[in-house]
Write a new protein. Structure first.
Length: 150
């Protein structure tokens, strides 16, 4: 039985995509690499494919955080501060649950992301719901990024 982990999406199988690993025994985050070369122009947001999807338990989510070195050295950030990958994003019909990372370039210089560059860390989290949460009223996920509305 699968509990939590990462898999390569079909589109990127055979393209030398590495499954994320923690770099030390006490690291909380799994390093996510870019699956392609992407140039992020100054004062724009680039969408970085990872070639990965993540599976987890129904009461968990995957938090995505930019690597601190990239943020500090190159003035980059995630536009939403932390990306949240819900459990039902895995294998959704719109994009198979492909994890894409939005990175904002606040500098005056373009930033080149190269294939294999470690760009973010992913941490699995548990979450709680309220007593009045009516999960039977919620529709199942049917799409990719932004599919639950804005």
């Amino acid at each position: 039985m699968k509990i939590r982990g990462f898999e390569i999406v079909n589109e990127y199988k055979g393209k030398d995509i590495h499954l994320p690993v923690r770099k030390t025994s006490l690291s909380a985050g799994y390093d996510l690499e870019s699956a392609d070369d992407v140039l992020i122009l100054p004062h724009t947001v680039g969408l970085i494919p990872t070639g990965l999807k993540a599976y987890m338990q129904p009461d968990e989510y995957l938090g995505v955080h930019i690597r601190s070195g990239l943020s500090i050295k190159y003035n980059l950030s995630l536009p939403n501060s932390q990306g949240i990958i819900d459990a039902d994003y895995y294998d959704n019909p719109a994009n198979e649950g492909h994890i894409l990372i939005a990175i904002a370039n606040h500098s005056n210089q373009p930033f080149a992301v190269t294939k294999g560059m470690r760009i973010a860390q992913a941490i699995f989290y548990k979450y709680l719901v309220t007593d009045s949460d009516a999960t039977e009223l919620h529709e199942p996920r049917a799409g990719g990024l932004g599919s639950t509305g804005y």
